[in-house]
Design a protein around this ligand. Structure first.
Ligand code: GAL
Length: 938
């Protein structure tokens, strides 16, 4: 059983935080993570593979290993992932050969990337003691049956094998069409898998489920497609993407929230999934232009772990209930699934999918409303076969209930070590057989009545906690039946040697089951359920690890409130307790349970008022000045394009990719001699989705437009015989996934009898183009703004250098006419250690205000936000510790591209914190080189 979640290291460019995410995944009871590798980030310059700084994969593998997480590597070359080019570098636009086919031009183009990446991955395979257990070639390759080219799939796999990949190949079919299933010859992977996004990608009406699909044939499909391999859901919806102008990720978190997790995820369990990966489990950030044109900076995805790395969404806790249950339920792997529902309840409103034991009696029953959208509270009784005959539940009277949008996995003949749990109508969170006793944690919702039967005859029963009046029990031969009501206060019942914790759902959310690492433990991967492999805690916000070191029990955990920590199953040899390295007093009760309290006090810290920083300002569109020297710019002299998918409409190519510019701001300068007859410039530009274009003639602002091209711009009266320069600024938003769609100026015409060739063009993007300067922050972080080309967005910019005419305005003054302003300021931080204090930069008090400008936010040189107040929806931009130096100086920079004659300014910008927790995480600064003078910068 592999329970997995997707997480992209390149969307969290702080390697020392990767362990944090892996531990949060591991704490769900999950055993694996899947990850994409992004080609465009590793081969910005064709033929040169670079994995500097945060792009090095080795620390990612090491962090996974430390957390005990297996990995599915997904190096593409095509990945999609709402990312720049879908993984393809911009220079793919100059390569011949149809993309994602067997054309040699395309195959050759990814050889450098793929051979280097798979060689690195191969070193970290399980066969070499590493965490990598599977590799996925391509992604959703069989998007339609007709596109599928087996020899291309085979080529990728052969490349991987020749670079040392020995682990099995798994596919991520989009269909599920099943045409790359094992056994079907060339291009067939070892394990067939597919993805599924049944809730779609519109988060504006999260509770309206009527349009969603609820698959009820997945098991049958699997049997027809790939009966000999484990049923693998390589991606299953864990949230949603959201686009410019969208409704925001909170809606996505709600849409794929606790109810959807229960209904859809448990339906996947009903279909017998044994590799089940959630996309995304942690989304992260489209920092530095890694996103695709339709997406904004946040890639939070509404995932279980928020972009700010917090675990305060209930959907995280709900997933933890399911993950931990499956982790301790090995008999699930021995069941006969069936998507067919059966009528074993006394009402047709309730449907049951059986998972019946093959070689044992141990069976699972997935209960839901027959109409999965139903919000009814339904009372029912139910009949199950058991090793002790047919039982009609509840046996001791009353009724069961399913409250609203819920689904439950009930168990029959479930082995708790040597004791048989004949059935339970409450769901199981975990159980552990310790040397002295067994702990069983069950939960349901407040208002429900529950019942279980256990194979113990006449055990001693004591109610140790809670209202005993709601508890009934009865001995029935070799069984003991126990029933209770869930009221919201915890019940602890001891029956024989078993402690039953009978919880309501939110108390269960506080329980954690870290694996116990001892000095004998060589690795932490196992999900084995043998004696005392884990301990059970009730501890609130987040428990990371448990370790036995001699007679010391060490717990690493995060606390966002004063918390009573209870430890069940502390090893007999332990006699002292350390939490986050600090010795902790504790009490031990007569059961042997440990209790202590961790005091949380909100630490004292002051987040600087950003309006009060010492800002340095500069004009970042000096190109408008007549004195500006553009001799360093690239002349647009190519009479043809290398782009085999798109033809030219201009005498010289103005496709930026023909000149090596692919990302962020592109600038064009077109020179011509006027004849006085000009009235209009007709311009077609392309920058993806809601890109913005603004145009000047000499220093006169001509106009701007968002997205819709061709666009007619009215010109001022021009002087016949004079030379003019048209300056075009295009803020591009990335390249569409799997596409060669060009960026830049696509077409133009100037009236007054001019031919296109009357204008001669120059262009620029980021300094150096594909020979990009900043290796640590990679090939996509910088665009072509003057300030970026000069490196002024980097830490410690030359604010005393008189070659730049620094002013002292602030981004709150902004600029008063159309143009581009740039500001930088030192931002000292002094935050207390021992805490995780996620920070975000918040524009406009967190609500979109409108405004005819686009802003970019840079933190220590990393572009961590594109704010578009006229489009939205994002106003709050998380920036991780490690990009921010929490104890020292930071440099903050802002660019404002005002595309309206009245200019633009920030209304407000604030540094705000997210959930603060006491935390043992150790965060090191990501590699962040400071400013150095750039030779030949223009
Ligand atoms: C899948 C694809 C992922 C991602 C997802 C939507 O089809 O494999 O890469 O794009 O859709 O978020």
């Amino acid at each position: 059983m592999l329970l997995s979640g997707e997480f992209h290291p390149w969307r969290l460019p702080v390697p020392s935080l990767w362990l944090d995410i892996f531990q949060k995944i591991k704490a769900l009871g999950f055993s694996a993570t899947s990850f994409y590798v992004h080609w465009a980030l590793l081969e910005g310059e064709p033929g040169v593979y670079r994995a500097d700084g945060a792009f090095d994969l080795a620390p990612f593998f090491e962090a996974a290993a430390e957390a005990g997480i297996y990995l599915l590597a997904r190096p593409g070359p095509y990945i999609q992932a709402e990312s720049f080019g879908g993984g393809f570098p911009g220079w793919i636009e100059r390569m011949t050969g149809s993309l994602r086919t067997n054309d040699s031009g395309f195959l050759d183009s990814f050889h450098t990337y793929y051979s280097n990446t798979t060689s690195v991955i191969s070193k970290f395979q399980i066969s070499n003691g590493g965490p990598v257990i599977l590799l996925q070639p391509e992604n959703e390759y069989s998007v339609s049956q007709s596109d599928f080219e087996p020899t291309y799939m085979q080529y990728i796999m052969d490349e991987a094998r020749s670079n040392g990949i020995v682990v099995p190949f798994i596919s991520n079919d989009a269909g599920p069409y099943g045409n790359d299933a094992p056994g079907s010859g060339v291009g067939a992977v070892d394990v067939y898998g597919h993805d599924y996004y049944p809730l779609g990608f519109s988060c504006s009406n999260p509770d309206n489920w009527t349009a969603f699909t609820f698959p009820d044939n997945f098991y049958q499909l699997h049997e027809s497609q790939s009966p000999t391999t484990p049923y693998s859901l390589v991606e299953f919806q864990g949230g949603s993407m959201d686009g410019w102008g969208g409704s925001g990720f909170d809606g996505c978190a709600q849409m794929v929230g606790t109810e959807a997790e229960r209904l859809w995820y448990k339906n996947n369990v009903a279909a017998g999934a044994s590799f089940f990966s959630i996309y995304m489990i942690y989304g992260g950030t489209n920092w530095g232009n890694v996103g695709y044109p339709n997406g904004y900076t946040s890639y939070d995805y509404g995932a279980a772990i928020t972009e700010a790395r917090t675990v305060d969404r209930d959907k995280y806790s709900e997933l933890k209930l399911l993950g931990n249950f499956l982790k301790v339920s090995p008999t699930y792997l021995d069941v006969q699934p069936s998507n067919n529902t059966i009528s074993v309840a006394n009402t047709t409103d309730i449907s049951v999918s059986p998972l019946t034991g093959r070689t044992s009696n141990s069976s699972f029953w997935v209960i839901r409303h027959s109409d999965y959208t139903s919000t009814d509270n339904t009372s029912y009784t139910i009949t199950f076969p058991t090793s002790n005959g047919t039982v009609n539940l509840p046996q001791l009277g009353g009724a069961l209930s399913l409250l609203g949008r819920d689904s439950k996995i009930l168990v029959t003949d479930y082995p708790l070590g040597n004791i048989n749990l004949l059935y339970s109508t409450a769901e199981l969170f975990t159980w552990k057989e310790f040397s002295e006793y067994t702990v069983v944690v069950l939960y349901g919702d407040i208002g429900e009545h529950e019942e279980l039967a256990i194979g113990l005859s006449n055990p001693n029963i004591t109610v140790l906690e809670g209202d005993s009046s709601t508890i009934r029990y009865q001995y029935a031969g070799n069984q003991t039946i126990l029933s209770w009501d869930i009221t919201g206060s915890r019940l602890l019942v001891k029956a024989g040697n078993i402690y039953f914790f009978l919880l309501d759902r939110s108390s269960a959310y506080n329980f954690w089951v870290p694996q116990l690492v001892t000095s004998e433990t060589t690795h932490n991967y196992t999900s084995d359920t043998t004696v005392a492999s884990s301990i059970v805690l009730s501890a609130g916000y987040m428990v990371r690890t448990a370790r036995l070191q001699g007679d010391e029990l060490h717990i690493a955990a995060d606390f966002n409130a004063t918390t009573t920590v209870e430890i069940f199953g502390a090893p007999a040899s332990a006699n002292s307790l350390y939490i986050n390295g600090q010795k902790q007093q504790f009490t031990k009760d007569s059961q042997g349970f440990w209790t202590t309290t961790v005091i949380f006090e909100m630490p004292n810290f002051i987040l600087p008022d950003l309006t009060q920083l010492h800002w340095f300002s500069i004009d970042s569109l000096p190109e408008l000045q007549s004195s500006y020297n553009d001799s360093g710019w690239t002349d647009a002299i190519l009479s043809s394009t290398s782009n085999v998918d798109y033809g030219l409409s201009t005498p010289k190519s103005l496709f930026s990719s023909d000149y090596g510019y692919h990302v962020g701001f592109l600038l064009y300068r077109g020179y011509f001699t006027a004849n006085g007859q000009e009235t209009q410039l007709n311009l077609t530009t392309q920058g993806g989705s809601v890109f913005e274009t603004a145009v000047w003639i000499n220093d006169t602002f001509v106009g701007s437009y968002q997205q819709n091209s061709p666009y007619l711009l009215s010109l001022p009266t021009l002087q016949s015989g004079s030379t003019y320069v048209i300056t075009i600024v295009i803020e591009t938003l990335g390249i569409e996934e799997g596409s060669r769609a060009p960026r830049g100026v696509i077409d133009y015409s100037l009236d007054g009898g001019h031919s296109q060739s009357d204008i001669s063009w120059k262009l620029t993007g980021n300094l150096g183009g594909e020979q990009y300067i900043d290796l640590a922050r990679g090939p996509l972080n910088e665009g072509g703004l003057y300030a970026e080309r000069q490196g002024l967005h980097l830490p410690s910019p030359p604010v005393n250098d008189s070659t730049y005419s620094w002013g002292n305005s602030t981004p709150f003054n902004g600029i008063e006419s159309a143009g581009i302003g740039f500001w930088t300021a030192q931002l000292p931080l002094d935050l207390p250690s021992g805490y995780d204090i996620p920070l975000s930069f918040q524009f406009d008090e967190g609500s979109i205000s409108g405004g005819e400008y686009r802003a970019q936010l840079y933190v220590n040189g990393f572009q961590f936000g594109k704010y578009a107040p006229s489009v939205g929806p994002q106003t709050t931009f998380p920036v991780p510790q490690g990009i921010l130096n929490y104890n020292g100086d930071n440099w903050l920079a802002i660019s404002i591209f005002a595309y309206n004659s009245s200019g633009g300014c920030l209304n407000t910008l604030k540094l705000v914190n997210n959930t603060v927790a006491i935390s043992p995480i150790v965060v090191e600064l990501a590699d962040q080189p400071v400013y150095t003078k750039r030779a030949n910068a223009y």
